[in-house]
Write a protein that binds this ligand. Structure first.
Ligand code: SF4
Ligand code: SF4
Length: 462
């Protein structure tokens, strides 16, 4: 006796859930096309940006470089120093707040379209499909006994995965070691120990995460999937099944019922192997592939699209949409935080001084008296030129009558470097009472008098 249709369907779907690796069925549609557009965009940026050069002071350097050895971050014409950690912290806070805002508006959009895990899994799965065939061929191959053909196909797939993983690691390390130096050193097998470690680590990481672990990362490892729920509210649009429209499901031969014909294709295309008809689940990455699949099914049966769609709890319950931001407190709070942190970032950049000065008094000899009877103190000034061009600075000192600098007062500092300069300051002797007196050094940039730093110090009088 034949099994009831729904039992056959359930048994088929179990193939996608319980056979170890999930082999999702390919589907075309607007969300799949958007996903691939973003795969291309992110990968062109990631693999390409490390090759961009930036002309600075007649020489060329890598446009984006995290120069850890010299504690600098080059971003085109901007050079950031450890002193700019606040700006980096603001950028991270902005990124997190932006993610919260997007999540409150439309659920896990980042996961479905921009997360590196999703992007690389899509690339690795595409390679797998090209080598091993469609989802059914892959399921069959996985269950078939090992032989020459299976070994060949699997080896070829893993070799391609390894090449992509290695190239990804080279691009990644190329943001920390100039890629035009890294590649020749790699080809000559003369890579430094740190570069070699990170190349092996990142290549292995990409290979394991995107090739072997895949959806398990979203299901079991990613912490974001666990706490995303706290950012949702009833107005958050998530990929959802319209139960009121779909139920009761129609099975083959049944004319009456809801719009869902229980074909199970929405489950077969799901990269995390879930059934969206069971409601919102933490494994759902909002990729929209089940929407593409179901829209095609609806087209075939002559029903309107959107049985599965981006919809909020409110909308699915038929409740009126909340008016204004008052009805969406989370969106209002995240939006306000985003504006505040953006303003802080812009304000920081606008106020950021491209000159920093440190004054160290020579502790070895507090003071000395010259043949002319003047008192001299020695200092070391650390002039930090944070700019991407060489700059000339004039140093002045004030705070005591007759105070002057002995020798040169002008110093040139190369682009994005720190120059320590030794300086002698002299004051008339026998005029001022003995003791430690406060003085002030003022350093002014020759090209822009607004770039100036006043740094307090002290002068010892015997
Ligand atoms: S693809 Fe649409 S019609 Fe088919 S099972 Fe899923 S929800 Fe039902
Ligand atoms: S349920 Fe739909 S949106 Fe969620 S992960 Fe699966 S295919 Fe993507």
């Amino acid at each position: 006796m034949n099994k009831p249709v729904s039992k056959v369907r359930e048994a088929k779907l179990e193939l996608y859930r319980k056979q170890g690796k999930i082999h999702a069925r390919a589907v075309d549609g607007r969300f799949n096309r958007l996903r691939w557009a973003l795969v291309w965009l992110t990968q062109i940026v990631f693999y390409g940006a490390c090759w961009l050069s930036w002309e600075s002071n007649g020489s060329s350097r890598q446009a984006i470089l995290f120069d850890i050895a010299h504690e600098k971050l080059y971003l085109f014409g901007l050079v950031l120093w450890p002193q700019d950690a606040l700006l980096l912290a603001l950028v991270l806070i902005l990124a997190a707040t932006g993610l919260f805002l997007v999540t409150a508006l439309a659920g896990r959009l980042f996961c479905g379209f921009l997360c590196p895990q999703t992007v690389y899994t899509a690339i690795f799965t595409w390679i797998e499909a090209k080598v091993e065939g469609d989802h059914l061929a892959r399921l069959k191959l996985d269950r078939s006994p090992w032989g020459a053909s299976k070994l060949l196909r699997k080896s070829f797939k893993h070799a391609l995965w390894a090449i992509i993983a290695l190239w990804t690691a080279i691009a990644f390390v190329g943001y920390f070691t100039p890629i035009r130096e890294l590649l020749p050193s790699l080809l000559a097998l003369q890579t430094g120990p740190w570069e070699a470690f990170w190349l092996i680590f990142y290549a292995s990481f990409t290979y394991v995460q995107a090739g072997l672990a895949r959806e398990a990362v979203c299901q079991h490892m990613c912490p974001y999937s666990r706490f995303q729920g706290v950012m949702f509210d009833p107005t958050t649009a998530n990929v959802a099944y319209d139960r009121r429209r779909g139920e009761p499901r129609r099975t083959r031969g049944q004319g009456a019922g809801g719009d869902c014909i229980d074909c199970g294709i929405c489950v077969e295309v799901c990269p995390t192997g879930i059934d969206i008809r069971d409601g919102l689940q933490y494994q759902c990455i909002n990729c929209g592939l089940c929407i593409d699949a179901c829209d095609q099914v609806m087209g075939r049966i002559g029903a309107p699209r959107g049985l599965i769609r981006f919809a909020s709890e409110h909308e699915l319950a038929g409740a009126p949409a909340p008016q204004g931001l008052g009805g969406r407190p989370r969106v209002a709070v995240y939006g306000a935080l985003l504006l505040v942190f953006s303003a802080l970032g812009v304000g920081y950049l606008a106020e950021r001084s491209l000159l920093l000065v440190d004054v160290l008094r020579d502790r070895g000899a507090l003071s000395r008296e010259t043949a002319e009877g003047r008192i001299e103190n020695a200092y070391t000034l650390k002039l930090m030129n944070l700019d991407d061009a060489p700059r000339q600075y004039r140093v002045a000192v004030s705070g005591l009558p007759g105070l002057e600098i002995v020798g040169s007062e002008q110093f040139t500092v190369a682009a994005a470097t720190i120059r320590p300069v030794s300086l002698t300051v002299s004051a008339p002797g026998g005029v001022l009472p003995s003791g430690i007196r406060p003085i002030v050094f003022e350093v002014v940039a020759a090209h822009d008098p607004a770039t100036r730093v006043r740094e307090p110090s002290s002068f010892a009088l015997p």
